[in-house]
Design a protein around this ligand. Structure first.
Ligand SMILES: Cc1cc2nc3c(=O)[nH]c(=O)nc-3n(C[C@H](O)[C@H](O)[C@H](O)COP(=O)(O)OP(=O)(O)OC[C@H]3O[C@@H](n4cnc5c(N)ncnc54)[C@H](O)[C@@H]3O)c2cc1C
Length: 425
């Protein structure tokens, strides 16, 4: 590790970055972040080369969430460049290459790096979200020779990519890793000509004109048709302390964060398939899992329940819910309430993994298309929304079954409907 890289935080940001007499590059990083691991040696090598002309600062995003949010840093890695206390140049995120990083450094050092001009992209089909639904739609529209761009606010893959294994997606000839399944879908879409713009947060959407419009931090997209496939996100634990300890003991993805808890005692909250499957998965690392469930029975499938009951490292607290998460810097325990007796107990724990359902990612579209009372997008069976030229597919849609196969099915239907819409049939 290079000794000249400065590790900063929310308290020291002003002195370390804004008051620096040298230009500064600030690198927000996280644990369990493959693009961060790939970029770390590039950052170190570049620091060795440019240390007399630029200050290299690293900030651990999970422990400096407020700062990250105030700077609108939503993903890791994100690189920001500063000169004389002002942010300059375009941010870099995702899988950042050495030449790309070097070019930005030299532009900042050379003093001719101002914010880059906005890019304009005109395409036939714009797909928002690169999960199972979005990538399936992209495979079909690209193959139909429609110029297709997928914009994802994170890395593509969606929920499946953070699912350890998938056993029920037809045709996989056994269990597959979610991440592999989604890598194949992405590659298939790209091989047919899809452009993928990942790590791009959408800031604005306008569906009124003939051309549909969205903008991200540095690009304006115009499309003949849009497919919204932004999926769903885990519902947050409704308990005091959740926000404070999110990422520091409160987690929503066992595949992403479980390995941090070797030999620990953890809680899993929920009683459906995700909770029971992820509880079993966590026993690979942790000493003991306690499932906290507000009912006296699981809603998971029989198979998933059996896996829990036969595992000696899992116990269950029935009829219980978490009232409060407690700790100092990291979680140390939780206050659990019995929903029938209202009795509360304080228990020690190292982490909570929460699986209490999902919420649709439709905040951006709420005044633009018709949503149901829970925020899911209403479509007809051809995936049309109430706005011509705007379609929706996958978990974001109002429907009964949310699985990979139904998401890919929706994506395929949406793509064929879009093809007809564009050709005026
Ligand atoms: C823990 C867990 C285990 C599961 N196991 C299984 C299983 O074994 N079998 C099965 O069939 N199903 C399983 N599912 C359900 C399955 O994963 C989903 O039904 C499926 O992934 C839905 O795909 P989607 O493309 O609609 O949405 P998502 O997978 O949610 O993808 C949405 C994509 O949109 C992106 N996005 C979100 N908001 C924006 C925005 N504003 N701008 C741009 N991009 C955005 C996201 O980054 C994401 O990449 C599981 C789900 C979970 C949570």
């Amino acid at each position: 590790m290079s000794e000249n890289i400065l590790y900063s935080n929310s308290n020291d940001f002003e002195n370390d970055v804004l008051k620096s007499h040298l230009p500064v590059v600030v690198y927000f990083y996280s644990d369990d972040c493959p693009p961060c691991s790939a970029f770390a040696p590039i950052f170190e090598r570049s620091q060795e080369k440019y240390s007399d002309q630029m200050k290299f600062v690293k900030i651990y995003r999970q422990q400096n969430r407020q700062l990250a949010e105030s700077l609108n840093v939503k993903s890791s890695p994100t690189l920001l460049f500063y000169r004389d206390g002002k942010e300059v140049c375009s941010r870099l995120n995702g899988y950042i290459s050495n030449p790309e990083f070097k070019k930005s450094i030299e532009r900042v050092i050379g003093g001719f790096c101002v914010r880059a001009d906005r890019k304009k992209v005109h395409c036939d089909v714009l797909i928002l979200g690169g999960g199972a639904a979005g990538l399936s739609a992209a495979i079909y529209t690209s193959r139909a020779k429609l110029y297709t761009v997928v914009v994802d606010e994170g890395l593509t893959g969606g929920q499946v990519a953070s699912t350890f294994h998938v056993a029920n997606y037809p045709g996989t000839n056994g269990v597959v890793r979610g991440i592999d399944l989604m890598e194949n879908m992405r590659k298939q879409a790209e091989d047919f000509g899809t452009t993928i713009d990942d790590m791009m947060e959408i800031s604005q959407a306008d569906f009124e004109g003939e051309d549909k419009f969205i903008s991200t931090e540095d690009t304006d997209y115009y499309a003949k048709a849009i497919i919204i496939a932004t999926g769903a996100t885990p519902r947050k634990l409704p308990a005091e302390g959740e926000r404070e300890f999110r990422g520091r003991g409160v987690h929503y993805c066992a595949t992403c964060d479980g390995a941090m808890y070797q030999d620990a005692n953890v809680l899993v909250i929920g009683g459906g398939n995700s909770a029971t499957e992820e509880a079993v998965f966590l026993t690979r690392y942790v000493k003991h899992v306690t499932i906290v469930h507000h009912l006296d029975h699981f809603q998971a499938t029989k198979g998933a329940q059996e896996e829990v009951f036969k595992n000696p490292n899992i116990s269950v607290m029935w009829d219980c819910q978490v009232k409060k998460v407690i700790g100092e810097n990291f979680v140390k325990g939780a206050i659990i309430e019995n929903v029938k007796t209202k009795e509360t107990t304080e228990i020690e724990t190292d982490a909570l993994f929460v699986y209490i359902g999902m919420e649709p990612k439709t905040e951006l579209f709420k005044d633009k298309i018709e949503l149901n009372e829970y925020g899911y997008i209403i479509t007809d069976e051809d995936m049309k929304t109430n706005v011509p030229g705007v379609f929706a597919a996958g978990d974001v849609r109002d429907k009964n079954v949310r699985q990979i196969a139904t998401a890919t099915g929706d994506g395929v239907i949406a793509s064929i409907t879009v093809e007809k819409f564009i050709s005026g049939r």
